[in-house]
Design a binder for this molecule. Structure first.
Ligand code: S3P
Length: 434
C-alpha cells in the first residue's frame, strides 16, 4: 500500500490538461472492437480501467494497439467476438464489467468475468435482470462477480423501465439490443450520461432519444469512423484541480480541453451556485461532444442545497464536492445519493467517516449528506481509508491542501485507474503531495 500525504498548498497557478475522458475511452475501445474496419483514437485515457477494457476486447478477438499517441483498434465485425480462453479480469472497473456484459449477451459466446476486492462487491444484478429477460443466461455469486455470461445469437428486443438512472445499465441494454431481434428501448428515471448514444452515432448506428426513452434497432452494423475519434479531457478528473483552485487562496489556473457534455457538468453548475468563479473559454465541438477550456480562480464559497435532479450529471463528483462544502461557509445538503453507496466504495459512508476524522461536522442520512461548513480551513491531521476508490483518494489529497494540518491517505494505488499522473500534475501547479 502506498501512503500519500497532502499538506497546505501554495496558490495554484498554471495551464494544464487532464487525461482523457474515462467513459468515452471505454466506449471508443469497445465500439472499435465491435466494428468493421480500423478505428483510430487519440486522447485515450491510459488508466488501468480502460486498459482492462482493451485487454478484454483483445481476449475476444479484436486488435488494440498503440503507436506514438494514436490507438488503433481493428474490430471483429458483426457478431464476430469469440469466447475468451481465460477469465476476464476487469480490475476495479464497473464500466468495463457492465458494458462488456451487454456486449457478450448479444453474441453466441460465453465468458467468465471477475475483478478486484471493490468490483466483486458491486451489484451486477442490475444488468443481469434485463439481459436475462432478453435471453442471456448467467451464473454469478449471488448477483455479484465472479460471473459467467452465456450470450445468445437470438436475443429478443425489449422495453426496459430502468429502476435507477445509470448510464452503465442503459448502455448494457442498448449494446445487447444492437444484436437483438426487434427494437430495444430503455426508459431512464432521470437522464444519465449519453456517450454511448453519441459515439454509436459516430460508428453509423442510430439511437433515438425522446423524453427519457432511448431506442435502438437490432441488426445495425458498427462501421469504423473515417475520422479519428478525439477524446477530450475528463470533466470528472478536472473536478479535482477545479475544487483545489477554488479553495486555495490566490489560485488562478486554466484547464484546457475539458469535455462539457451537459450530462456531465452538474459539478460546474453546483460550484457556481456556491459562488465559484469558473469561466468557460473557447467553447467548441469535437467529434460530436462539446469541449472548452476552464479558467478557475479562488472564490469564497457558500453552502447550498444541491437540486436532486442534478445528481446524475455529477454522480462521480460528490466526494470532491463534499470537500468544497467542508470549506464553504454554511450548510450544504445533498439528497438522492443512494447510488453513491454502490460505487467503487460506499462513498456516502466513506466520505462521512473521513470528513469527521478531519474535523468536519457532517450528518449521513440513508441517501443524503449534510455538511456544516464554517468558511475556515478544516482541522485535517488524519490518515483516512480509501477502500480501493480513486475518487475518495484524490478528494482527500485536495482536502489536505486546504486543511490546517496535513491529510494522509492509506493507499494511493487506485488513483491509477482514472488519473495516473495526478500527483505529478497537482504538484506542478502548487499542491504538496508526497
Ligand atoms: C459511467 C457511468 C456512471 C459513473 C461511472 C462511469 C459510464 O455509473 O459512475 O464512473 O461510463 O457509463 P452509473 O451509470 O452506474 O451511474
Amino acid at each position: 500500500m502506498t501512503k500519500l500525504t497532502s499538506s497546505k498548498a501554495a496558490p495554484l497557478k498554471g495551464i494544464i490538461k487532464v487525461p482523457g475522458d474515462k467513459s468515452m475511452s471505454h466506449r471508443a475501445v469497445m465500439f472499435g472492437a465491435l466494428a468493421e474496419g480500423t478505428t483510430k483514437v487519440t486522447g485515450l485515457l491510459e488508466g488501468e480501467d480502460v486498459l482492462a477494457t482493451a485487454e478484454a476486447m483483445r481476449a475476444m478477438g479484436a486488435s488494440v494497439t498503440k503507436n506514438n499517441d494514436v490507438w488503433t483498434i481493428t474490430g471483429v465485425g458483426p457478431k464476430g467476438l469469440h469466447s475468451p480462453a481465460h477469465t476476464l479480469d476487469l480490475g476495479n472497473s464497473g464500466t468495463s464489467a457492465r458494458l462488456i456484459t451487454g456486449i457478450i449477451a448479444g453474441h453466441p459466446i460465453k465468458a467468465t468475468m471477475t475483478g478486484d476486492a471493490s468490483l466483486t462487491k458491486r451489484p451486477m444484478k442490475r444488468v443481469m435482470d434485463p439481459l436475462t429477460q432478453m435471453g442471456a443466461k448467467f451464473e454469478s455469486n449471488d448477483g455479484k462477480m465472479p460471473m459467467t455470461v452465456h450470450g445468445s445469437a437470438a436475443l429478443k428486443a425489449m422495453h426496459y423501465d430502468m429502476p435507477v438512472a445509470s448510464a452503465q445499465v442503459k448502455s448494457a441494454v442498448l449494446l445487447a439490443g444492437l444484436n437483438a431481434i426487434g427494437t430495444t428501448s430503455v426508459r431512464e428515471p432521470k437522464p444519465s450520461r449519453d456517450h454511448t448514444e453519441r459515439m454509436l452515432g459516430a460508428f453509423g448506428v442510430e439511437c433515438t432519444s425522446e423524453s427519457n426513452v432511448v431506442s435502438i434497432k437490432g441488426g445495425q452494423k458498427l462501421k469504423a469512423p473515417l475520422s479519428t475519434i478525439v477524446v477530450p479531457g475528463d470533466p470528472s478528473s478536472a473536478a479535482f484541480p477545479i475544487v483545489a483552485a477554488l479553495l486555495v487562496e490566490g489560485s488562478d489556473i486554466t484547464i484546457e480541453n475539458v469535455g462539457l457534455n451537459p450530462t456531465r457538468t452538474g459539478l460546474l453548475d453546483t460550484l457556481r451556485d456556491m459562488g465559484g468563479n469558473i469561466e468557460v473559454m473557447n467553447r467548441r465541438d469535437i467529434g460530436g461532444e462539446p469541449v472548452g477550456d476552464l479558467r478557475v480562480r479562488h472564490s469564497k464559497l457558500k453552502g447550498i442545497t444541491v437540486p436532486v435532479t442534478r445528481v446524475p450529471s455529477m454522480i462521480d463528483e460528490f466526494p470532491v464536492l463534499f470537500v468544497a462544502a467542508a470549506c464553504a461557509e454554511g450548510e450544504t445538503f445533498c439528497d438522492g445519493l443512494d447510488e453513491l453507496r454502490v460505487k467503487e466504495s460506499d462513498r456516502l459512508k466513506t466520505m462521512a467517516e473521513n470528513l469527521k476524522a478531519c474535523g468536519v461536522k457532517c450528518e449521513e442520512g440513508e441517501m443524503s449528506l449534510r455538511i456544516y461548513g464554517t468558511g475556515t480551513p478544516p482541522e485535517g491531521g488524519a490518515t483516512v481509508a480509501t477502500h480501493l476508490d480513486h475518487r475518495i483518494a484524490m478528494a482527500h489529497l485536495v482536502l489536505g491542501a486546504v486543511s490546517k494540518q496535513s491529510v494522509s491517505i492509506d493507499d494511493a494505488a487506485a488513483i491509477a485507474t482514472s488519473f495516473p499522473d495526478f500527483v505529478t500534475l497537482m504538484n506542478k501547479i502548487g499542491l504538496k503531495i508526497e
